[in-house]
Write a protein that binds this ligand. Structure first.
Ligand SMILES: [Zn+2]
Length: 553
């Protein structure tokens, strides 16, 4: 076969859960294995992962997993894919350290082969040769990938922006990208997260003036909440705190761990004596301390929420504190953040968020960055990835209108579960699969069956009716009145006679059945369910979950 197949399992048409299979001949690599944040949270699931069962038919082809960078929406599902397919994993030292932390929690670290690679390096995995291009993003040690195959090169951007002046590490390696562009690029798989935003994405350094001002003007305690993975931001806060004579106390497990890993690897540079523990922080004056905390998304288990609701041991938000929310609002978290801000205001805190000051910048490519990417890589085809469909679409429109030589034929929109075939001449979707997500229970961290969540949804919408029917096991006829009870069904109360009428309707239906229809208990049970369902629907216009039980005497 002289075609490349691109098979996205997640991250296309949605935010998060990034994962893509890339297949050539009978070999397939997986780029990223991220988690997502589903809308089904009211039904007891906070996390979703790609449907890795879909990869079963490619089991013998799978050769490796490549991680572009360490954000949860790129590595959060690693343990789940590795449980099903034990593949070697390739990524940067920092990304692997974050991945290791996860694998250790699942007690899987000893069973997995992790290969450390550096920017600029080139490795061979079967028919693929992969070059790792240094990418700038809100995190550090991120890669764009040049994936060379015998019929052409793909560039997978990962998450990126073209940052000329990052705080940690070097700018985006446009030189390497340009060299690969010179050699010829068949397709560019390009991050769309910020494709609706005009201009260039500001550098990570752009937040420094606002932070300096805030540190200079604030007399009370400062509490900064950001993502524990926003390394450039953390470096800026450590630097400015030092500059203005404040010590930094890091609170929240993921923040403490990430700071520890990044400092150990020499990525984060913290002046000796700047960091202080919680006990030490209490001895300081208000203008000598800055708390760096998790919880910018209003997560109820994180440090900031607990500090705002008096559930953090040893510290709470007080009148006169200034809280800086230095993070983007991840879609779906608006309500929780709004509640968090309410709690903070109740406690008398002053809140600074991005609407008021430039305290955060995006880590993703805006339109200007996308233009640089396309013009430098000069691919034959562009495939927008990472983002909701609206963003993929806008990336296509932008490139069509702003980069010469690109139109409907060579910018291809795909969806999760599509199989996109590419060769030197064409790129087209040849198969479409409906991939439902896999849900994870946040308490146990185990998979929940898709049907279970669907059932919970139905229960939440329509309530439940339970029907118990007693049957004479020899005569196959009704032995006593059917029992009906209901929970959470709208339009019902114990006195309005519905239960009695429904019971009569079920009795009538059973009496009309022949004994052989009742003898097959499974068919009988399903038959009863359908009868009652139709009756409820015609009487109440609702669709509760109906549970039927047959008792034999
Ligand atoms: Zn990212």
């Amino acid at each position: 076969m002289n075609k490349i197949e691109i098979i996205p399992l997640g991250g296309i048409g949605e935010f998060g859960m990034n994962c893509m299979g890339i297949r050539y001949g009978d070999e397939m690599i997986i780029v990223d294995a991220g988690m997502g944040f589903p809308e089904e949270t009211p039904y007891g699931v906070d996390i979703s992962i790609p449907n890795f069962d879909f990869l079963e038919e490619y089991r013998d082809d799978l050769t490796a997993i490549i991680l572009t960078h360490g954000h949860e929406d790129h590595i959060g599902a690693l343990s789940y894919i590795l449980r099903k397919f034990n593949l070697p994993v390739y990524s940067s030292r920092f990304t692997l350290a974050l991945a290791e932390k996860r694998l250790r929690e699942f007690d899987m670290l000893d069973d997995v082969l992790l290969h450390r690679v550096s920017a600029g390096e080139s490795i061979e995995i079967g028919a693929f040769r992969i070059e790792f291009i240094h990418a700038s993003h809100s995190l550090v040690e991120c890669f764009s990938l040049a994936i060379h195959t015998p019929i052409g090169t793909l560039i997978h951007t990962g998450d990126y922006k073209i940052d000329d002046t990052p705080v940690i590490g070097k700018p985006y390696d446009l030189k390497m990208l340009s060299r690969i562009g010179d050699e010829g690029v068949l397709a560019l798989l390009c991050d769309s997260t910020n494709a609706t935003v005009p201009g260039r994405t500001p550098s990570e350094q752009a937040v420094i003036p606002a932070f300096e001002e805030i540190f200079e003007q604030t007399e009370g305690r400062l509490i900064v909440s950001t993502f524990s993975s926003s390394m450039h931001r953390l470096q800026i806060i450590f630097d400015i705190a030092y500059q203005f004579g404040r010590k930094v106390c890091v609170l929240g497990r993921s923040m403490q761990k990430n700071v520890e890993i990044a400092e150990e690897q020499g990525l984060l540079k913290i002046t000796h004596g700047t960091m202080i523990d919680l006990a030490g922080s209490r001895a300081l004056d208000d203008d000598e301390i800055c708390y760096l905390v998790t919880g910018s998304q209003g997560e109820m288990r994180a440090a900031l929420w607990n500090m705002a609701t008096s559930t953090y041991k040893g510290i709470e938000v007080e009148t006169g504190d200034t809280v800086i929310l230095s993070a983007r609002i991840i879609p779906g978290n608006e309500k929780n953040i709004s509640r968090l801000i309410g709690h903070l205001y109740k406690r008398g805190a002053n809140i600074i968020e991005e609407k008021r000051r430039l305290v955060r910048v995006s880590g993703h490519a805006s339109q200007g960055d996308i233009q640089i990417m396309v013009e430098t890589a000069r691919p034959k085809f562009v495939v927008p990835i990472h983002g909701e469909y609206r963003m993929l679409f806008r990336q296509k429109e932008f490139i069509k209108n702003h980069v010469a030589g690109y139109g409907d034929d060579n910018i291809i929109l795909i969806e999760n579960g599509n199989i996109l075939e590419i060769d030197e001449y064409a790129a087209k979707v040849v198969e479409k699969h409906d991939l439902h997500k896999t849900f994870i229970d946040e308490e146990s961290m185990e998979e929940i069956e898709y049907d279970v969540v669907r059932e919970r949804k139905k229960l939440a919408y329509g309530g439940a009716i339970s029907l118990v029917v007693t049957i004479d096991k020899h005569k196959h006829s009704l032995a006593g009145d059917p029992q009906i009870s209901f929970q959470g069904v709208a339009g019902l109360d114990p006195l309005n006679g519905f239960a009695a009428n429904a019971r009569d309707a079920v009795t009538l239906a059973i009496n009309e059945m022949r004994p052989e229809q009742i003898a097959d208990r499974n068919a009988f049970k399903e038959n009863l369910r359908i009868h009652l369902k139709r009756y409820v629907q015609s009487e109440l216009g609702t669709k509760p979950v109906i549970v039927t039980t047959i008792v034999e005497i």
